[in-house]
Design a protein around this ligand. Structure first.
Ligand SMILES: Nc1nc2c(ncn2[C@@H]2O[C@H](COP(=O)(O)OP(=O)(O)OP(=O)(O)O)[C@@H](O)[C@H]2O)c(=O)[nH]1
Ligand SMILES: [Mg+2]
Length: 206
């Protein structure tokens, strides 16, 4: 089953940023981890969100509306992209922070993690930041098709241990659609839980 999604707004700067009055789920993660590909895979479309094998493709915050479920899936620019200038990196960091902080209708943050790359401090920093915002964190391990079963399970366990207060990580592949149903269900639960307080025990269940 696909998720109907339409690109509604795009913000390149803080001035262009608007906070929609509907629940939002943000997709965060390092450049090239597969955020935009995940959106395309969910929607069953190839070019809804722009993807590239070169890191740093998404440079704006893109709001994709799921009209049937009444929430937004928000594609964020990736972090940890070394090849752009420092000022540009700082500008994106500020834009992402501006969006995540004090966003009254942020229902959760999906943290995408590459199944082939060892845990990075930038990922852990983002996870801690999301927790500090009292927002639910849903880890998704991407490109699972690139690993064998043993590697996948190892990565899963590793992240589960590191992010013990978050939702159990979901193994996902935009290529084979592994984990798609599980992910859709987890997102729906985040939307339903939007207005309930985030206690440590909620974080495990949401
Ligand atoms: N094999 C495989 N490749 C994937 C998967 N998901 C993404 N890719 C590839 O990884 C590359 C980066 O994917 P994007 O979706 O553009 O990554 P992104 O996180 O949006 O990157 P930025 O926009 O730079 O932050 C592309 O070449 C994709 O085809 C997957 O599940 N399996
Ligand atoms: Mg992208």
């Amino acid at each position: 089953m696909y998720l109907q999604l339409t690109l509604e707004t795009t913000a390149y700067t803080k001035e262009q940023l608007r906070f929609p009055d509907l629940p939002q789920i943000a997709l965060a993660g390092r450049s090239n981890v597969g955020k935009s590909s995940l959106i395309n895979s969910l929607a069953g479309q190839k070019k809804l969100a722009r993807t590239s094998s070169t890191p740093g493709k998404t440079r704006s915050i893109n709001f994709f509306l799921a009209p049937q479920e009444s929430f937004y899936l928000v594609d964020l620019p990736g972090y940890g992209y070394a090849r752009c200038s420092r000022t540009e990196r700082e500008k994106w960091g500020e834009l992402i922070q501006e969006y995540l902080q004090d966003n009254p209708r942020l229902a959760g943050v999906v943290l995408l993690l590459d199944s082939r790359i060892a845990p990075q401090s930038s990922d852990l920093d983002l996870a801690r930041y999301v927790e500090s915002l009292q927002t639910r964190l849903l880890p998704v391990i991407t490109k699972s098709d690139k690993c064998n079963q043993k590697q996948r399970q190892l990565t899963l366990k590793r992240w589960q241990k590191l992010l013990e207060r978050a939702h159990k990580p979901i193994l996902f592949s935009a290529r084979t659609r592994q984990g798609q149903q599980e992910f859709l269900e987890a997102m729906k639960k985040l939307v339903q839980a939007e207005s309930s307080p985030v206690h440590p025990e909620d974080l495990q269940q949401a």
